[in-house]
Write a protein that binds this ligand. Structure first.
Ligand code: SF4
Length: 479
């Protein structure tokens, strides 16, 4: 939801009320779309931060539970912007220009200059907002179902250009149709902040009462028969009143046996009794701004983690150069087709053996860069050091590690023994530098041989053995 102000009853019955239900049946991500607010309200941002907090308050007051769903602020999760940018590289302009709301909104807001790049691209930002969580469903009302189609097309197009080892990066999310009754504003037009005809979720009971009492109705004269469907007050009854009251006012309205005054008083009672617990939660939360910020921070973190997991896949599938494993906190232990010595493993069973926490290297290997027996990997540390990593199996007491012939600062040799246990040797920059030219060359590769020597292991350089036992598990140079 865009933070253009506090939420009104139209937002509540059109979406928020359903979200509260969905959090119990699905893993959900809900966010305050502050970047989206800028697509139209770019020229006055004086209330943007306050409104973002107000919408967060409305979310929580309405019943979204941070323990059950992820609630966050869009601009705090930069991955949305990154994915939007990457999508913008592959999305034809025509797709965006033909989105109906592009022209409609420009016509509806003639005083506003919406000939902006951000405004044209907002459906693509929306696609990124959705796809970054690789969801199965997008909960929308019937009239918004078409919007999700662009998202599906973008996912299809991305998957067409880029895959990850033959696998698709994005699902094509389905529309999860949710009931979203239309609520008329107090002047009988659609309820909208810009029309000034809305009742806010956070309004006090007397303000709600006053607005309902001043509402336009469907019966100009007492003797006229009306239809609750065409009346803002009747609308409120349909959503907030119990069945008995609804039957009573429907008969009374259609047969002109009750007055609109009586009908309005009943509606005030129904709406206020529904809103009271929401107001109470809001009052409680607004007295604890630090608590609200903590909820936001935790939601931001959860969203950040989930979205970064997608971005790792996206970047790799596109072929962007990785920032280096040190930046990425995820263990690839499950993907590593090698074992480590029993002593380094925290778990006991065959499957669990990959849950390694004691080996720092493994904790630093990016999920997107599973180690392979058959090819070396180069990682770049934050300080720009190139770390070459390769694995080799033992043949007759000898391991041969092949690296491409490019200078590396640190070598990580992962030597697999006959038992398929993995021994890790981290050769420091000086050692690597001193001997780089002396290593054997084969087919343009540098071949580094290591052999068993006594109880330990040694580097073979021009018939000279250099013991490297002291570098086993020594990650100081890597740090
Ligand atoms: S009786 Fe109620 S529903 Fe009917 S027109 Fe009057 S206020 Fe609206």
């Amino acid at each position: 939801m865009r933070p253009t102000g506090k939420l009104h009853l139209g937002n509540y019955v059109g979406a928020l009320q359903n979200w509260v239900k969905l959090q119990h049946s699905h893993e959900c991500f809900f966010f305050v779309a502050d970047w989206h607010a800028l697509t139209t309200d770019y020229d006055d941002t004086s209330r943007l931060a306050d409104n973002t907090l107000e919408v967060l308050l409305d979310f929580l007051a309405a019943g979204l539970d941070p323990e059950k769903c992820t609630i966050f602020v869009q601009s705090h999760v930069k991955q949305h912007a990154e994915l939007h940018l990457l999508f913008s590289m592959i999305t034809p302009l025509g797709w965006l220009e033909r989105v109906p709301s592009y022209k409609e909104q420009q016509q509806n807001m003639p005083d506003k200059n919406l000939h902006m790049y951000g405004f044209l691209g907002y459906p693509l930002l929306q696609a990124a907002d959705i796809l970054i969580y690789r969801p199965d469903f997008v909960p929308v009302g019937e009239d918004q179902a078409a919007h999700v189609e662009l998202t599906r097309e973008v996912a299809r197009r991305f998957n067409h250009f880029y895959t990850l080892q033959g696998k698709l990066v994005f699902p094509e999310p389905q529309v999860l149709l949710t009931p979203s009754p239309k609520l008329l504003g107090t002047d009988k037009r659609k309820m909208s902040k810009s029309y000034g005809n809305s009742i806010l979720l956070s309004e006090e009971s007397d303000q709600v009462a006053e607005k309902i009492r001043n509402s336009v109705t469907d019966r100009p004269k007492l003797t006229d028969k009306g239809n609750p469907r065409d009346c803002p007050v009747g609308n409120l009854h349909q959503i907030f009143s119990d069945p008995k009251t609804l039957v009573y006012i429907t008969q009374g309205c259609t047969q002109a046996t009750i007055t609109c005054v009586e009908c309005k008083e009943l509606a005030i009672k129904s709406v206020n009794s529904h809103l009271e617990p929401i107001r109470e939660r809001r009052r409680h939360l607004s007295q604890k701004p630090e608590h609200l910020r903590e909820i936001m921070r935790q939601g931001d973190q959860k969203a950040l983690k989930a979205s970064e997991e997608t971005m790792v896949l996206v970047r790799e599938s596109i072929g962007l150069l990785s920032m280096g494993s040190m930046e990425l906190p995820i263990s690839s232990a499950k993907e590593l087709p090698l074992r480590v010595p029993e002593s380094s493993a925290t778990a006991k069973t065959e499957d669990e053996r990959w849950e390694i926490s004691a080996t720092p290297w493994l904790e630093r290997v990016a999920k997107s860069h599973p180690l392979r027996k058959d090819r070396p990997r180069t990682f770049i540390t934050r300080r720009g050091r190139k770390v070459g990593v390769h694995t080799a199996a033992e043949h007759g007491g000898l391991w041969k590690f092949r690296f491409t012939d490019r200078p590396l600062n640190v070598l990580v040799l992962l030597a697999e023994d006959k038992e398929r246990y993995l021994h890790d040797y981290i050769l420091p920059p000086k050692l690597v530098q001193d001997h780089w030219k002396q290593f054997a060359r084969e087919d343009g590769n540098v071949v580094i041989s290591v052999k068993k020597a006594g109880d330990g292991i040694a580097l073979v350089v021009k018939d000279q053995d250099i013991p490297i036992q002291q570098y086993k598990g020594n990650y100081a140079d890597l740090e």
